[in-house]
Design a protein. Structure first.
Length: 286
């Protein structure tokens, strides 16, 4: 399936960075507790882990929160407080089994540190909710993640928020196209070296990709399909659009999209990256 891609880049006015919220001060750890040495915060929220099924991503987040609690870190996978740090994970295949790349994000969306952990487990076991596999993967990374939380830990270079993005559900697609296109675009943007979050952390200023599909009525055994990917800023302003269109055999997209979704996402991702690069140029004044 060949795809024609058009990119429209709109003028961009980036909003000024807002002051970071102060951490809440109600909860106080016991004297001399290890939590005292954490960065200027009292809690860490583990977000659902990208790259897993809906249930498994929450279960791995809970396993990581539990592993951090065992190291005297006030961590939770269920709630956040004003000033909480966010821990974001993305699962990937590794030579020894499965690895998770972890990123620590402050309330303003700035990266504070990153690390990874791997275990000799399978993606299937994780998606089945195998407790031992989930725990093994969490325990493999928990010590390094805890080190990122220390006051004297080096802070990672501030990553431009324009390189952090969330892919929202795709609307209008027949068959399983909505889910297939969202997953494929997440993978394509990750491969393009963007940080794709499973969801936007509370208060974070990051971009979002909104996809939609329009399918015309069949004519002579063919249907015209148009796919639009809009890049939105945190305030809901449209920064640019990638448009794809083609004629496909009637009903060919009514079931599973399979490789079609991957092809569509791979063709559209460079256009989205071009919009981001243009936005970065506007921000820097070049």
């Amino acid at each position: 399936m060949s795809v024609r891609v058009a990119v429209v880049v709109f003028a961009l006015l980036l909003s000024a960075c807002q002051p970071l919220p102060h951490p809440f001060e109600d909860d106080r750890p016991a004297p001399h507790a290890p939590i005292i040495s954490l960065r200027n915060t009292t809690s860490v929220v583990v977000a659902p882990v990208a790259g897993l099924g809906p249930d498994a991503r929450d279960q791995l987040a809970e396993a990581m929160a539990s592993a951090l609690q065992d190291l005297d870190v006030l961590a939770s996978a269920e709630s956040s407080s004003r000033g909480s740090l966010s821990l974001l994970g993305t699962v990937r295949a590794a030579d020894s089994g499965v690895a998770v790349d972890w990123r620590l994000i402050d309330p303003g969306g700035r990266a504070l540190g990153q690390g990874s952990g791997s275990a000799a487990v399978s993606l299937d076991s994780l998606n089945r909710g195998d407790e031992a596999a989930l725990k093994a993967l969490a325990l493999a990374a928990a010590p390094d993640v805890a080190k990122m939380l220390q006051d004297d830990a080096p802070i990672a270079p501030a990553e431009p928020s324009l390189r952090q993005i969330v892919v929202l559900p795709v609307s209008g697609a027949p068959g399983n196209g909505g889910d297939a296109l969202k997953l494929a675009m997440t993978a394509a943007l990750t491969q393009a070296k963007l940080t794709v979050l499973p969801e936007a952390p509370s208060g974070a200023q990051i971009l979002s990709v909104v996809g939609s599909v329009a399918l015309d009525r069949p004519q002579n055994g063919q249907q015209h399909v148009a796919i639009t990917w809009a890049l939105m800023d945190p305030g809901g302003k449209q920064l640019g659009v990638v448009k794809q269109e083609n004629a496909v055999p009637q009903g060919s997209l009514d079931g599973r999209w399979g490789d079609v979704a991957n092809f569509v996402a791979a063709a559209a991702a460079p256009g989205i990256l071009a919009i981001i690069e243009k936005a970065e140029q506007v921000r820097s004044g070049t």
